[in-house]
Ligand binder design. Structure first.
Ligand code: NAD
Ligand code: GLY
Length: 360
């Protein structure tokens, strides 16, 4: 048995589920699945890299609890989060004879989690699925909250569903094999939670920055657990993003523009979010919602995590064009998330693009 150091619940009525967090607890996967009302067959969806590292442990835990397991491998990378890979998954599920009680285990980072969740939500009109996130970003963000999806060649995450997992199992030991750049990129989303909803958590991150960079076990667990708790509470209040869930998009308007202008090839998602959060912090300061000191603390912390903070040099017009194509634009305006000091935020509609793009 691994050690569960935290057990959280995402309270969504009949769609509620637990998040188990610990070290070495991948071995508990089978037992935890057995406690749910799943059928006998499971498909573990993963990529070749994660497969070599963790699939055997996940599958042996499932088999030892009586489940028949099929492994489905998909290629590694964001560019494969598409309809072709999805069709490959459907084919594998059909070949393996998975029925409506069977379940999917998404074992990997956010790419595996998003596409597996989408497959689970649509195969046979929906079968249960379990998230076993292995990247820091997936452990603190994408595995919780039920956003699933794939990319379309005309845009990222344009096809998707809200479909909650039945269980999230986070084994923080998997982070030991995660490349450091990917790990630091995940820290950006953790900083986001501190900025938008928890000043004490931001202070904790600041006070423990070296330990976080060095993957100190206890500190990392505390950061993951707090992030999941904060995300769960936002999702519980607004599962389908009718309003308040949009605070989780803090920094993402500029992040998406940066990713798009650099053709998704230069920055990891968390790195782009880091750049976007700095723009959001500067704009919040300009609005009078925060102080120079708040902005400096945000920038300092991101720099401590070796994350980029400066906007790449593209013409203002180029930023304007990509931002106006953002899927959050409505009637020519956008709901923008501003931080109020550190630990609180406000969503405000911005119709004046020159305000957003004024000082680029
Ligand atoms: P990813 O899934 O591509 O993983 C990053 C890389 O790390 C991959 O090469 C992966 O194979 C590797 N990796 C993962 N875990 C590892 C481990 N333990 N050891 C060694 N290598 C490991 O990227 P990501 O950053 O995890 O997720 C990004 C995706 O998540 C994007 O598609 C984004 O749209 C999505 N996302 C979804 C949500 C949501 O709410 N659903 C939120 C944020 C991001
Ligand atoms: N990652 C943003 C959300 O889940 O809403």
């Amino acid at each position: 048995m691994g050690i569960h150091v935290a057990e959280l619940t995402v309270n969504l009525g009949p769609r509620s589920y637990k998040i188990f967090l610990g070290n070495g607890n991948l071995a508990d996967l089978g037992g935890l699945c057995k406690s749910l009302d799943f059928g006998k067959s499971a498909a573990v969806i993963t990529n070749p890299k994660i497969s070599g590292l963790y699939a055997a442990a996940a599958e042996s835990s499932l088999s030892s609890c009586g489940f028949n397991v099929t492994r489905v491998e998909i290629p590694d990378g964001e560019s494969y989060k598409n309809s072709e890979t999805l069709n490959h998954i459907y084919g594998a599920l059909i070949d393996a004879g998975l029925d409506r009680k069977s379940f999917i285990v998404a074992l990997g980072g956010g790419v595996v989690g998003d596409i597996s969740g989408f497959a689970a939500s649509t195969y046979l009109r929906g079968i249960p699925f379990v998230q076993v996130p292995t990247s820091l970003l997936a452990q603190v963000d994408s595995s919780v909250g039920g956003k699933t999806g794939i990319n379309h060649h005309l845009g990222k995450n344009l096809i998707g569903t809200f479909y909650q997992p039945r269980l999230v199992l986070i084994d923080a030991d998997t982070l030991l094999t995660l490349p450091q750049r990917e790990y630091l990129s995940g820290l950006a989303e953790i900083v986001k939670y501190g900025i938008v909803c928890d000043a004490d958590f931001f202070d904790f991150l600041f006070d423990n920055k070296e330990k976080l960079v060095n993957k100190d076990t206890e500190t990392v667990l505390a950061a993951i657990s707090n992030s999941c708790r904060l995300k769960a509470s936002v999702v519980e209040n607004d599962e389908m993003e009718a309003g308040i869930r949009a605070v989780l998009n803090y920094g993402h308007t500029f992040a998406h523009a940066v990713e798009s202008l650099t053709s998704y090839g230069e920055f990891l998602h968390g790195e782009a979010v880091s750049i976007g959060m700095v723009r959001a912090a500067l704009l919040s300061e300009e609005k009078g919602y925060s102080t120079v000191k708040d902005t400096a603390r945000i920038i300092n912390l991101l720099r401590e995590f070796n994350l980029p903070t400066g906007l790449p040099d593209f013409p203002t017009q180029a930023y304007c064009e990509v931002m106006m194509r953002d899927k959050k634009v409505r009637d020519g305006g956008i709901n923008f998330v501003f931080n109020k000091g550190i630990g609180r935020c406000i969503i405000e509609r911005v119709n004046d693009w020159s305000f957003l793009l004024g000082h680029l």
